[in-house]
Design a protein around this ligand. Structure first.
Ligand code: ATP
Length: 528
């Protein structure tokens, strides 16, 4: 615990940071109130600036009451924390010094601190204080209570056009601001876009950002000699020229818009190399039914030459991007005051599908999706068990032979099932009976996959790849599961965490719905 030991304090931070004591040899929880360049009036929203005056008093570990872990990164743990004196909640990112040194990530920690220090915008996670103790570095940040945008894309499968426009506008406004401050993010993706308690965007993870000095378009002076970013969102110029520029963030924006609507990123190979190949060859397609106005914008963003990409060319370029018809409904000066729209999935046009009806039927239910904190104790996800956890079977039904507890009638049925449905028994628990089996098309956004669906009395739905005879997924029921018939072919299964869309090629969706409902009532009683 030798204070001032060079081996545990190798953070060659910027001058500003040194002045603030970050690199001080006294390591007992020093604080660094961030230094911020004065914001041009037009770029720094007044509300945000006035809401959060920075304390000049130094803060340290003792000033905060630490709460639950919000997430883990490769080199950090993020926990919720409350300022003891003001009661204000934060997220504190804690980085283990030794681990960072061992993994040679000191540079990235400094980049994150230096870039965040330059940021003061409602769409960007704000850094309030930094301090350190003997073992750790602490970044005190805005607490984005609703977590990652990616989680919501996964829950809904995709976002409808209205939601996509709203979130794209907030992301673009944040990019515009960070570029105006000389920062290129270089790793924009739905995992790095957090949502606060109002479901507004808070961009995070500036560890691979770049502060550029000269060129108006932000081309790097020194070429990046290592891959930064995430395979699916990385720009072609970074792959081909090893250089990123402001326009690289617009490429990522194109990928995000595509993903919000289609439910998956445009470039996805079987491995990283294949993904890169697709990117440099601009090899992607739009699923049928992709809204034309969004398609036009994505096509103008996913352009191989960065200087021809919509948004490039400094402020004038951004202005051109902001007046694209995709943003027609957006009032740019109001986007941080506008309430977030109710999240609704995008469903490709289907003549039998009535969107208004869907809105009404499910609006109460979908509102729960925004409430991340409301877990369901019956849900296997809420219990922390992974779907394929080998221990989950034991934890649900016990490892002993259940035959003594199962009624004789059911034992007979189980015996018969072994003979008549031998091929499916491998997917079942010991005393689980099949209620219904049939072909199903599982839809996610625009994409459809063929499976065999098995409903059991557990009750759960198992979907199986019939050719490979492998289980591809399962949906555990719970008391809050709702099943909804859309038409002869289509039904939805809503769980607190996700909505599943199924198309029955035999047009017997009503039978599925009836059978699932029977099982839900038998197990959990009537819902209302
Ligand atoms: P990696 O370092 O591997 O790229 P990461 O960048 O996601 O991972 P962190 O920034 O440490 O790592 O974040 C870890 C997790 O904590 C994230 O997945 C995110 O869900 C959560 N998290 C991070 N910052 C905040 C925040 N300000 N508010 C709420 N949750 C946060």
């Amino acid at each position: 615990m030798s204070s001032g030991s060079n081996s545990i304090n190798p953070y060659p931070l910027t001058n500003g940071a040194k002045e603030n004591g970050y690199n001080s040899t006294n390591q007992n929880s020093q604080t660094t109130p961030p230094t911020r360049a004065p914001q041009p009036e037009s770029q720094a929203p007044k509300t945000q600036l006035s809401q959060t005056p920075l304390s000049v008093r130094k803060k340290g570990v003792k000033d905060f009451e630490f709460g639950k872990t919000l997430g883990e990164g490769s080199y950090s743990t993020v926990v919720s924390a409350r300022d003891r004196s003001t009661g204000r909640e934060y997220a504190i990112k804690i980085l283990d010094k030794k681990h960072i040194i061992k993994e040679k990530k000191v540079k990235y920690v400094n980049i994150e601190k230096n870039t965040l220090n330059k940021m003061n915008h409602p769409g960007i996670v704000r850094l309030y204080y930094t301090f350190q103790d003997h073992d750790s570095l602490y970044f005190v940040l805005d607490h984005a209570k609703n977590g990652e945008l990616l989680a919501f894309i996964k829950k809904l499968g995709s976002f409808d056009l209205n939601c996509t426009q709203y979130y794209t506008a907030q992301i673009l406004s944040s990019i515009e601001y960070m570029h105006s401050q000389g920062v290129i993010h270089r790793d924009l993706k739905p995992e790095n876009i957090l949502l606060d308690e109002k479901m507004h965007v808070k961009i995070t993870d500036f560890g691979t950002a770049k502060i550029f000095e000269s060129n108006a378009d932000g081309e790097e002076d020194a070429r990046a000699n290592s891959f930064v970013g995430t395979a699916e969102y990385v720009s072609p110029e970074l792959l081909k020229e090893k250089a990123a520029c402001k326009s690289s963030d617009f490429w990522a924006l194109g990928c995000i818009i595509y993903q919000l609507i289609a439910g998956r990123p445009p470039f996805k190979g079987t491995n990283e190399y294949m993904t890169f190949q697709k990117i440099v060859n601009l090899e992607y397609t739009f699923p049928e039914g992709f809204p034309p106005v969004a398609k036009d914008l994505v096509q103008k963003l996913l352009v191989l030459n960065p200087s021809e990409r919509l948004g490039s060319g400094g402020n004038a370029g951004i202005e051109k991007l902001k007046v694209h018809p995709f943003f027609q409904e957006i009032k740019w000066d109001k986007i941080w005051e506008m309430p977030a729209p109710r999240l609704l999935p995008y469903l490709p046009p289907n003549p039998q599908y009535n969107k208004e009806e869907f809105r009404t039927n499910t609006s109460a239910y979908l509102s729960e999706l925004s409430d991340r904190s409301e877990g369901n104790n019956n849900s296997p996800i809420a219990t922390g068990l992974k779907q394929n956890d080998p221990f989950r079977l034991e934890s649900w039904v016990g490892s002993e032979d259940l035959s003594e507890k199962v009624d004789p009638e059911k034992i007979k049925k189980l015996e018969e099932q072994k003979r008549t449905s031998a091929q499916w028994v491998r997917f079942l628990f010991k005393s689980e009976l099949i209620i219904r089996v049939g072909p199903i098309n599982k839809r996610k956004g625009f994409f459809t996959k063929k499976f065999l669906l098995i409903l059991t009395d557990f009750p759960r739905l198992i979907y199986v790849d019939q050719e490979k005879m492998t289980q591809k997924g399962e949906i555990y029921s719970n008391s809050r599961m709702v099943v909804e018939l859309k038409n002869k072919k289509t039904f939805f299964v809503h769980t607190p965490r996700k909505t599943y869309y199924f198309d029955d090629p035999n047009a017997t969706a009503n039978e599925w719905v009836n059978k699932i409902n029977e099982q839900l009532v038998a197990n959990y009683g009537e819902m209302f």
